[in-house]
Design a protein around this ligand. Structure first.
Ligand SMILES: NC(=O)C1=CN([C@@H]2O[C@H](COP(=O)(O)OP(=O)(O)OC[C@H]3O[C@@H](n4cnc5c(N)ncnc54)[C@H](OP(=O)(O)O)[C@@H]3O)[C@@H](O)[C@H]2O)C=CC1
Ligand SMILES: CC1=C(/C=C/C(C)=C/C=C/C(C)=C/C=O)C(C)(C)CCC1
Length: 301
């Protein structure tokens, strides 16, 4: 683990570029708060059409208003998406496929961390279900549109916490043994393995994929943290990132032209970063892909 907790990962990382995104369409999941909202605000300022994919429409409306006022960009729309329910994901994707001519950037940002044990509408453990499976299905349902819109990009929010867990192929829903931090780690490890497999499968399509660790960021994500981690949090708090700082690596992966030449990597502080050996295990990535398809009842080769 120690190799991934570098000071640079925790504190550094500002990126500036005046690159415009006029005429581009960006979907951001969980765009009503935290890192997602700051990503939306920045990309709106660059002229992109922003689709805020959120589960709570009231919260989303507040953020939409703020982003419109700040950026002067009125091309910001809200669509309902609850990643803990495959029915909602399918309805969202159907609307996007029917209404949008192109999607150039898909940002799989929404996430939940260390919640008490619960299951999604489809019976998946909540963190694995929302953070990995929900985004896996969403990406599957939008992939043809992304291919038609190429060059296009998929950005997947992972975390340095990918080292907190392993992929438990024989108990993926943590039914025998639930540990909230390990389950979060499993879901964030799955995010990186998904990104790697995705990049391979999308080779030569013009669609590229990037996994991101945003830093340790002061957002609402920590709402379910246990006492031990909250104490750790208090210790590192002066060095944590603001949501604006936390959004920089996502924005870099969405905007930097040079990244057209790269796909499948893990980024932090606006540059490639080191992930654990488990996150580079392509055999496990393939097994996870097959299991995800089976759980979701889809065929994606
Ligand atoms: N903050 C940090 O230190 C770190 C964050 N990350 C990752 O960054 C990403 C963004 O997190 P951050 O901004 O910090 O967290 P926040 O908790 O501030 O925001 C999370 C967003 O995800 C949404 N969300 C949660 N569950 C669902 C669901 N079932 N369907 C749709 N949307 C949902 C939330 O909606 P609502 O507002 O309705 O709850 C919210 O918009 C996450 O993937 C997280 O794992 C990674 C490393 C560190
Ligand atoms: C105190 C302390 C730490 C605190 C870590 C924390 C508080 C991590 C939070 C991570 C989150 C929120 C991840 C989300 O994906 C380190 C860096 C382990 C090592 C040095 C001492």
């Amino acid at each position: 683990m120690s190799n991934i907790y570098t000071l640079r990962e925790m504190f550094g990382g500002q990126w500036s570029s005046s690159k415009r995104l006029d005429g581009k369409t960006v979907i951001i999941t969980g765009a009503n708060t935290g890192i997602g909202k700051e990503t939306a605000r920045d990309l709106a300022g660059r002229g992109a059409r922003i689709i805020m994919a959120c589960r709570d429409l009231d919260k989303a409306e507040g953020a939409q208003k703020e982003i419109m006022e700040d950026s002067g960009n009125q091309n910001i729309v809200i669509r309902k998406l609850d990643l803990s329910d495959t029915k909602s994901i399918r309805e969202f994707a159907e609307a996007i496929n029917n209404e949008e001519r192109a999607v150039h950037v898909l940002i799989n940002n929404a996430g939940i961390m260390m919640c008490p044990y619960s299951k999604t509408a489809d019976g998946f453990e909540m963190q694995f279900g929302v953070n990995h499976l929900g985004h896996f299905l969403l990406t599957f349902l939008l992939i043809d549109l992304l291919k038609r819109s190429a060059p296009s990009r998929i950005i997947i929010l992972s975390s340095m916490a990918h080292g907190w867990g392993t992929i438990a192929l024989d108990d993926i829903n943590s039914e025998r043994n639930y540990h909230s931090r390990r389950a979060y780690g499993q879901s964030k490890l799955a995010n990186i393995l998904f990104t790697r497999s995705l990049a391979k499968k999308l080779k030569d399509t013009g669609v590229t994929a990037y996994a991101v660790h945003p830093g340790i960021v002061r957002t609402k994500l920590k709402r379910h943290m246990n006492l031990g981690l909250l104490i750790m949090w208090k210790i590192v708090r002066p060095f944590t990132k603001t949501p604006v700082q936390g959004a920089q690596t996502t924005i870099f992966c969405a905007v930097e032209p040079e990244l057209d030449k790269e796909s499948g990597g893990y980024y932090s502080n606006c540059r490639p970063s080191r992930c654990t050996r488990a996150a580079r295990d392509d055999e496990m990535a393939e097994k996870l892909w097959e299991l995800s398809c089976k759980m979701l009842g889809i065929v994606w080769n």
